[in-house]
Design a binder for this molecule. Structure first.
Ligand SMILES: *Cc1c(COP(=O)(O)O)cnc(C)c1O
Length: 364
């Protein structure tokens, strides 16, 4: 199956088999070796010297952790949202009692760093900014470097959901001076779901000392203190750790620069391919088009469920539909992690066969 959804993503066979090893003592020396190796690899991939908490949860758990460790009920936070996952970040903060000030951006476009700076200048009580790096629901990548400059100029915390970018699109955690950056194992890492990671900077750790949102399972300081003994505070997803250990070594062996270049090339092939078929991208300025997921407008008169159904039954290609307000108006092609040029060609050939059968004559 050519699984082209934006997570979980396909995994290399050796990574899957690594997960099939017998259990070990998660408080023993073998596991301590794995944690040390994985942690150092994660620091390279996140481009950071910060500690990276390894949580057993999906990515959303790490988003929740970023919030409950740094904020208190009643804190004002700015939720910059360019899509469904941006909205989710704000919903979590709200669930824990934050006062959420929303900056919603038209779907298909990125957030404007100057607008964020201006909003912060006008609202000194905002304590933190919650933003998505790569919005998986629209296929748009925010300029986090520029957003960070705007946030730093006003000295607020910046919490970043980089779940669908880390390991595929450069995330310069330290160079961009980001406070918390989170991701999950099932997107760019080519690993099954089950683990999430949070790179936590010094300002966030300082904020944690006085933050009063309730937390236990996701308490960062508990995780970092157990790291000292080569452990996690609670039983981790041991099998996923086995897989992650190998996947991280594979990423490092390829070199992150080459991994980023590969994703840029594949993404540009995907965009060129869908346009050659006569389809339209959702993203309005291709400079912000995501290198991990491409959102394509469903052509007038085409039934999305029929299109996706035939791609699946006749070609074994599984694409994602839209989410939220875009549910029926876009489909999405995931291209993060373990993907080859052949996989992209297969999607395009399959679309060329299926589109005319659902009422859209292709251009080629
Ligand atoms: C996948 C994704 C999430 C949610 O992660 P889960 O692992 O499903 O909890 C959040 N944000 C972004 C940008 C994502 O791509």
């Amino acid at each position: 199956m050519n699984l082209r959804i934006p997570g979980p993503t396909p995994c290399p066979e050796d990574v899957l088999l690594a997960g099939a090893q017998q259990m070990i003592d998660h408080r023993g020396p073998e596991f301590a070796d794995i944690i040390a190796r994985v942690h150092s690899g994660l620091q390279t991939i996140f481009a950071t010297k910060n500690d990276v908490a390894i949580l057993t949860s999906s990515g959303t758990g790490a988003m929740e952790a970023a919030i409950v460790n740094t904020l208190s009920p009643g804190d004002r936070v700015m939720n910059v949202s360019i899509g469904v996952f941006g909205d989710r970040f704000g919903q979590i903060a709200e669930a824990y009692g934050a006062e959420v000030v929303k900056m919603s951006v038209e779907h298909g476009t990125p957030a404007d760093p100057d607008a964020i700076g201006a909003a912060l200048a006008g609202d000194p009580s905002i304590k933190a900014v919650l933003v998505t790096h790569n919005e998986t629901s629209t296929g748009v990548t925010n300029d986090i470097g520029a957003i960070s400059k705007a946030v730093r100029a006003h000295d607020r915390l910046l919490l970043v959901d980089a779940i669908s970018s880390v390991g595929c699109i450069p995330v310069a955690t330290d160079a961009w001076d980001l406070d918390v950056v989170v991701t999950g194992s099932q997107k760019g890492f080519m690993v099954p779901p089950g683990l999430a990671f949070a790179a936590v900077g010094p300002r966030a750790r300082e904020a944690a000392k006085t933050a009063t949102m309730p937390r236990f399972y996701f308490d960062f300081e508990k995780h970092f203190s157990y790291f000292q003994q080569g452990q996690t505070p609670w039983t981790p997803a041991v099998s996923v750790m086995f897989s992650l250990d190998l996947a991280v070594q594979k990423l490092l062996a390829d070199g992150m620069e080459s991994v980023y270049t590969k994703h840029a090339k594949i993404a540009s092939d995907v965009r060129a391919g869908v346009k050659a078929l006569g389809l339209e991208l959702l993203v309005q300025d291709e400079a912000y088009a995501s290198n991990t997921v491409t959102a394509v407008k469903v052509p007038e008169g085409v039934e999305l469920s029929k299109l996706r159904g035939l791609m699946r039954t006749d070609h074994n290609v599984v694409m994602a539909g839209g989410q939220g307000p875009l549910s029926n108006s876009i489909f999405r092609i995931g291209h993060m992690g373990y993907i080859t040029e052949d996989d992209v060609a297969d999607v395009m050939d399959s679309l060329a066969d299926v589109l005319p059968r659902v009422g859209f004559p292709v251009a080629v």
